[in-house]
Design a protein around this ligand. Structure first.
Ligand code: SAM
Length: 255
C-alpha cells in the first residue's frame, strides 16, 4: 500500500490527524522537499509519529521510482509531500506507476497553494492555466516562449494567472519574486505583446498558511526592488478585476 500524505502549507502542525495515524502505522515513512519549501522540523515530526523518516530526492522518485514502488507491494509505505500531494505532476505519475504494478494507493489531501491564493481576494474560479517560472539557467531561453504565450492566452480570456516560482531544493534555492518579475520583463522585451510590463499590476503572495503571510499588490515597477522575506512565494497576474476583488486588493496596495 502506498499512502501519499499532504503536509499542508507550513509545518508539522498542519498535518491532518488521519495522516498522523497512517504514518504511525506505516512500515516505512518517506518525505520529499524538492517540489516545494516546507517549514516544519523533521526531527519533531519523527517524534510525533514515533518513526524515522527518510528524505527522497527528485531522482529517487522520478528515475528510480521502481525501487520505492517495489517496497510498497507488500509493505505499508507512506510518502509525505508539501501542500496537497497531488498538486505536483510527479506524484500523479507515481500513482499511475503504482496502479500499473497492482499496488494499492491512498491519498490524504491537505491545503494547497492552489486554494490558498483565494486569500488575496481574487475569485478562485477565475484562474486560468498555472505557470511555473523556471530559473533562467535551467532553460536555453529566459522564459520558454510557449510559457509567455500561455500567460497571454489567460489574459486574453480574462483569467487570472498563478505563477509558481521554481525551486532547486538541493541548493536550498527558491526563486525570489524579483527574479520572477525580471524573467517576465525579459520575455516581454523579446515578444512585445503587452503581457507583462513595468506598469502591469500584480500580486505577490508569500508564506501562505504561516502565521505571517504577506500579500502585496501593485505595479511591477513599485515591487521589483522590494524584499519579500522568507520563501515560498507566488506571483499572481490578475485579469480585469471584479469590483469585489478590487475592493479587497486595495487593502494590500504597496505603499
Ligand atoms: C510545485 S508547487 C507545489 C505545491 C504543493 N504541492 C501545494 O499543494 O501547495 C510549489 C510552488 O508553490 C508555491 N508555494 C508552495 N507553498 C507556498 C506557500 N506556503 N506560500 C506561497 N507559495 C507557495 C511556490 O511558488 C513553490 O515553488
Amino acid at each position: 500500500m502506498l499512502t501519499l500524505i499532504g503536509l499542508g502549507l507550513w509545518n508539522e502542525e498542519d498535518i491532518v490527524l488521519r495522516g498522523f495515524r497512517k504514518a504511525r502505522n506505516a512500515d516505512t515513512v518517506y518525505i520529499e522537499f524538492y517540489t516545494s519549501k516546507w517549514h516544519g522540523n523533521i526531527k519533531k515530526l519523527e517524534r510525533m509519529i514515533g518513526k524515522e523518516i527518510k528524505i527522497l530526492n527528485r531522482e529517487d522518485l522520478e528515475e528510480k521510482s521502481s525501487e520505492f514502488l517495489e517496497e510498497a507491494k507488500d509493505k505499508k509505505v507512506v510518502l509525505f509531500v508539501p501542500g496537497d500531494p497531488l498538486v505536483a505532476t510527479t506524484h500523479s505519475s507515481l500513482l499511475t506507476d503504482a496502479k500499473k504494478r497492482g499496488i494499492k494507493t491512498e491519498i490524504i489531501h491537505n491545503a494547497s497553494i492552489y486554494s490558498a491564493i483565494a486569500e488575496t481576494g481574487l475569485h478562485i474560479y477565475r484562474f486560468g492555466v498555472t505557470i511555473t517560472i523556471p530559473f533562467p539557467e535551467k532553460t536555453s531561453d529566459q522564459l520558454p516562449l510557449s510559457t509567455y504565450e500561455r500567460i497571454r492566452v489567460n489574459k486574453k480570456r480574462d483569467l487570472h494567472t498563478l505563477l509558481l516560482l521554481d525551486v532547486i531544493s538541493e541548493k536550498e534555492r527558491y526563486m525570489e519574486p524579483n527574479e520572477g518579475m525580471q524573467v517576465l520583463l525579459n520575455a516581454e522585451e523579446k515578444m512585445g505583446k503587452d503581457v507583462f510590463t513595468e506598469d502591469t499590476e500584480i500580486v505577490v503572495f508569500s508564506r501562505a498558511g504561516s502565521e505571517n503571510p504577506l500579500i502585496i499588490f501593485g505595479k511591477v515597477k513599485d515591487l521589483i526592488n522590494k524584499g519579500f522575506g522568507e520563501p515560498p512565494f507566488v506571483i499572481i497576474l490578475p485579469a480585469r478585476l471584479h469590483f469585489s476583488e478590487s475592493e479587497y486588493l486595495e487593502f494590500f496596495r504597496v505603499k
